[in-house]
Ligand binder design. Structure first.
Ligand SMILES: [Zn+2]
Length: 251
């Protein structure tokens, strides 16, 4: 930590210049949080600068590794497709529901702004294992899933949509003439009458059966971080997500 009374301690660039070796990691045992006291502020300021979104701690503090995870998910996600009003802030909060890792609220707090909440479960290896997520990308998948919801709440002119309008937007992306489940069955070539399920079962993938907005959230997260798994159960879905979310290549 910087020493009080040392004016250089307030200048992170001097800090870097005077400690160049601290920014290399020959051993692999380097602990970012202990070395760079400015890392947390830099990540929060960087997200605000690059995406115009506030990163806030409510009753739980973001750790450096959690912020890095958030940044990584945002950098890979098509953030330009999320309207400013649909996502003003991302809040770190203590979780109270054992089944919930994150949540989107189109109106949250006294200001009533579009908010994504990230709970303890999003970073809990036990939760990630229970939901059948990969230990390496589970947190990234959860955060990416939560970024799909404000995307769903963004209209064609960038305006924030109501929950009902968002639901309609997602349903229509699956086709306007059929209901969501019928449409999915048709897309996947599954027989009508059989419950819609991802062919590979994990609680995470089955969660996609809850409704169209959750289905799309799970599928996009798999597309981004566990492509082979999505490809193996639903190649058609991979194509649909690429067209809607990543039309200009990139992946
Ligand atoms: Zn969701």
């Amino acid at each position: 930590m910087p020493e009080p009374g040392n004016p250089q301690a307030l200048n992170r660039y001097a800090y870097v210049l005077n400690n160049p070796l601290r920014y290399t990691d020959p051993t692999g045992n380097w602990e970012y949080e202990e070395v760079d006291p400015y890392a947390e502020r830099d990540l929060i300021v960087g997200i605000r600068r690059d995406y115009g979104i506030r990163v806030v701690s409510e009753d739980a503090k973001w750790s450096i590794s959690e912020l890095q995870c958030l940044r990584q998910a945002m950098d890979k996600f098509p953030m330009h497709k999320i309207g400013r009003d649909a996502l003003k802030q991302i809040v770190r909060k203590i979780g109270t529901d054992p089944y919930t890792a994150g949540e989107y609220k189109s109106s949250y707090g006294p200001a009533g702004v579009g908010t994504t909440l990230i709970y303890d479960n999003a970073f809990d290896p036990g939760y990630i294992a229970r939901f059948g997520l990969s230990p390496d990308t589970g947190s990234l998948q959860i955060i990416s899933h939560e970024l799909v919801h404000p995307y769903q709440h963004t209209g064609g002119k960038g305006q924030k949509l109501s929950d009902e309008e968002a639901f309609t937007k997602v349903q229509s992306s699956y086709g306007s003439k059929l209901s969501w489940k019928e449409d999915i069955r048709k897309l996947e070539g599954w027989s009508i009458g059989k419950a819609h399920r991802y062919p590979s079962t994990s609680p995470w993938m089955e969660y996609g059966n809850a409704n169209p907005t959750e289905d799309q959230g799970v599928a996009v997260a798999l597309f981004m971080w566990d492509r082979a798994r999505l490809q193996s159960v639903s190649p058609l879905r991979v194509d649909l997500i690429r067209k809607e979310f990543f039309p200009h290549g990139y992946y």
